[in-house]
Design a protein around this ligand. Structure first.
Ligand code: DC
Length: 216
């Protein structure tokens, strides 16, 4: 495939979007862009500097002074790799909170559009098929029940040695679903022309195969 094209992968937290998108990127030999990691990186920096969502002037200044990029699968914030630092329950909530701010979305959407304009990409997030690339050639909306998503996230956090309970994980998933789909700016919703894939009873390999078959 020589033309430049975008694959949009949206859906709620913990549906497996990033694992699926990464595997598809490898198979198709295109770049994978994890837009959630960009909101997490910004949330991480806001926490470090003690900036809250109620301080729009400080957030605007911060955006102007912040560089978020990807290199060889790593997420880079102002020149430092921050992969593991942004995968904590605290940063998940902060990312969800700061992603509700219009100035934050406007800024990061522009950066994402620039990233996907130069080369073929698969991008995962909440608004890729609706706002970032409304004309993407392929659009998928990946879902699973909240319980199944909490199960998956809980296992992942336990493997990393995080001290959390299943109940807390489920509560956090439900809270983020609510935040992400009720915010005023670009709430999470399926694009009309996206295909919904319910992965509750599917393995990652099955989902990857299903999507790759659609793309070929
Ligand atoms: O995909 P994730 O869990 O890493 O995303 C972290 C938060 O960022 C999530 O709660 C919603 C927000 N987000 C968003 O609003 N838009 C995106 N394109 C990606 C993530």
């Amino acid at each position: 495939m020589s033309e430049i094209f975008q694959i949009a992968v949206d859906g709620p937290s913990g549906a497996g979007k990033s694992t699926i998108a990464k595997a598809i990127a490898r198979k198709l030999d295109i770049d994978y862009i994890d837009t959630g990691a960009m909101y997490r990186a910004l949330g991480y920096k806001m926490l470090q500097l003690g900036i809250t969502e109620e301080e729009p002037d400080k957030v605007a200044k911060l955006l102007a002074e912040t560089e978020i990029d990807f290199s060889k699968g790593d997420i880079i914030l102002d020149g430092s790799v921050i992969n593991d630092l942004i995968r904590t329950p605290e940063i998940s909530m902060k990312a969800s909170a700061c992603s509700a701010l219009g100035i934050v979305r406007k800024h990061l959407v522009k950066v994402q559009q620039e990233m996907g304009a130069k080369k073929s990409v698969i991008m995962d997030g909440r608004d890729i098929g609706t706002d970032v690339f409304p004309n993407a050639k392929y659009k998928f909306f990946i879902t699973a029940t909240a319980e199944e998503r909490a199960n998956r996230r809980y296992k992942e956090l336990c493997e990393k040695g995080e001290n959390v309970s299943y109940e807390e994980t489920l509560e956090s998933i439900i809270q983020r679903d609510y935040n992400d789909s009720h915010r005023e700016v670009s709430p999470l919703r399926k694009a009309d022309d996206a295909e919904e894939v319910d992965t509750t009873n599917m393995t990652i390999d099955e989902v990857v195969k299903y999507i790759c078959d659609k793309i070929k």
